[in-house]
Design a protein around this ligand. Structure first.
Ligand code: C2O
Ligand code: CU
Length: 448
């Protein structure tokens, strides 16, 4: 059954702007599932090789998900928004215009941009309807990043305002297909801003706007899948035969990983090299913020279709980052304690944003930030402007060096993070369950 009839999420009454610019391969006819589309790329307005200059507009858009019309929003008339592709070292210029009837901002999730470009209302007046803002920054690390509003985000991101910014490193090997897969979760009523985690078995997931699409591979093809979870409250717990992870939030891992499963909390990214020997179904186990793994059948997310069984294609030679897990210096420079959730208030250190006590890290030092969760739900902790290394989760060091910008903190868990405080300014430190963040679960970490 096709739950969502349109490739990428397209406007209901006009054709085309959400479509990828390359025609999908011809339908083989043996499956009713739509093909996995790619978000149309952003047009680069600057001929200079080292400058990516993009025009970005936020507007209202009606589109269809799971058989119902969503009165939502879109960047450049498409959901996900235009794919911005840059190379390490490039300057990115984004001329943004707000055609919504409400104020907004654009935040560059995972990128170490200057504080004035971070798109947060703590530092910048919201961009009013009809007005614009020029964002300009240099991208220094390869990886899969994303952009979204940082204002009324449980509404604006939820209803379609998100897009991917890829930073490529010329040292990375070419693969036959390099694909982004933006996962979003839709509840019974896509327009309800729920404050409680939905039952994970009732959620409908879309990949680039499509429910359970199929990805057709030719024999021997290597595929790089860059996955992002942009959902408000829903978690993905991915597993498939031969799962191989090459990158996390902040680019390539220390070494190739073959985990049994990968948890993608809201805000998280992970990259995989898919080397299938047979057609397979990418599935998610059931996981909820209000209690972790849930028993129940895994949900199919994506069909990978091969013409015939084959030996696994050879793995590409990824220039992994290397490095060991850093030793914990034992000191703590900032502490965040998650609590609340009884009513609508979600707290950090007993405070509700924006009435928060600013904590400070010394510029140029490696500092430890500890996050403790005393509430009755999980929370993905996200820090702006910096990458961090996970030192330990509940006292246990990770198996390999993990460089992230978003890390899930389970109920009663604590995590210790090593932050290389090299980007001066005020940075949001918050839960990436967007109704929690908008409900007050956001703090400010100053680096000076
Ligand atoms: Cu993805 Cu503070 O944001
Ligand atoms: Cu939270």
């Amino acid at each position: 059954m096709i739950l969502l009839a349109l490739a990428c999420v397209e406007p209901v009454d006009t054709a085309g702007p959400g479509e990828a610019d390359t025609a999908p391969p011809a339908d083989t006819g043996d499956s009713a599932a739509p093909l996995l589309p790619q978000p149309a790329p952003a047009e680069d307005l600057d001929p200079d090789e080292s400058v990516v200059h993009v025009a970005l507009e936020a507007s209202p858009l009606s589109f269809e998900v799971n058989g119902r019309t969503v009165e939502g929003f879109a960047y450049n008339g498409q959901v996900p928004g235009p794919l911005i592709r840059a190379q390490v070292g490039d300057t990115v210029v984004v001329d943004f215009t707000n055609h919504l009837d409400a104020p907004t901002t654009v935040h560059w999730h995972g990128l170490a941009v200057p504080a004035a470009m971070d798109g947060v209302t703590w530092l910048q007046d919201p961009i009013q309807p009809g007005l614009g803002f020029r964002f300009e920054f240099t991208v220094t690390e390869a990886g899969t990043f994303w952009y979204h509003p940082h204002l009324d985000s449980d509404h604006q991101v939820d209803l379609g305002l998100y897009g991917v910014l890829l930073v490529e490193d010329p040292a990375e090997p070419a693969v036959e297909q390099d694909l982004v897969v933006v996962w979003d979760a839709w509840g019974e009523d896509p327009e309800a801003d729920t404050h409680t985690a939905p039952d994970p078995s009732s959620v409908v997931w879309t990949a680039n706007g499509v429910v359970e699409p199929r990805l057709e591979l030719a024999a021997g093809e290597r595929v790089r899948l860059r996955m992002l979870n942009v959902a408000n409250l829903s978690y993905l717990d991915l597993a498939w035969p031969g799962l191989r992870q090459i990158a996390g939030d902040q680019g390539r891992l220390a070494a190739l990983a073959a985990p049994e499963s990968v948890l993608l909390a809201p805000g998280d990214r992970a990259e995989f090299e898919l080397l299938p020997t047979a057609s397979l179904t990418v599935e998610t186990a059931l996981h909820t913020a209000s209690g972790g793994a849930v028993p129940g059948a895994a949900l199919p997310l994506l069909q990978v279709v091969l013409p015939a069984e084959q030996p696994a294609p050879e793995a590409a030679d990824w220039p992994f980052a290397g490095g060991a897990v850093a030793p914990d210096p034992g000191t703590t420079d900032a502490i965040y304690v998650f609590s609340g959730g009884g009513g609508d208030a979600w707290l950090i250190n007993g405070e509700v944003y924006p009435d928060v006590t600013v904590q400070t890290l010394a510029l140029g030092r490696s500092s430890v930030v500890e996050v403790r969760n005393l509430s009755s739900t999980e929370h993905p902790f996200h820090l702006h402007g910096h990458a961090f290394e996970v030192l330990s989760q509940n006292g246990e060091a990770p198996a390999a060096r993990e460089v992230e910008d978003t890390v899930n903190v389970g109920i009663r868990e604590s995590v210790r993070l090593l932050v290389h405080a090299d980007n001066p300014g005020d940075w949001m430190a918050h839960c990436h369950l967007l109704p929690h963040a908008e409900g007050g679960m956001m703090a400010v970490l100053r680096v000076e």
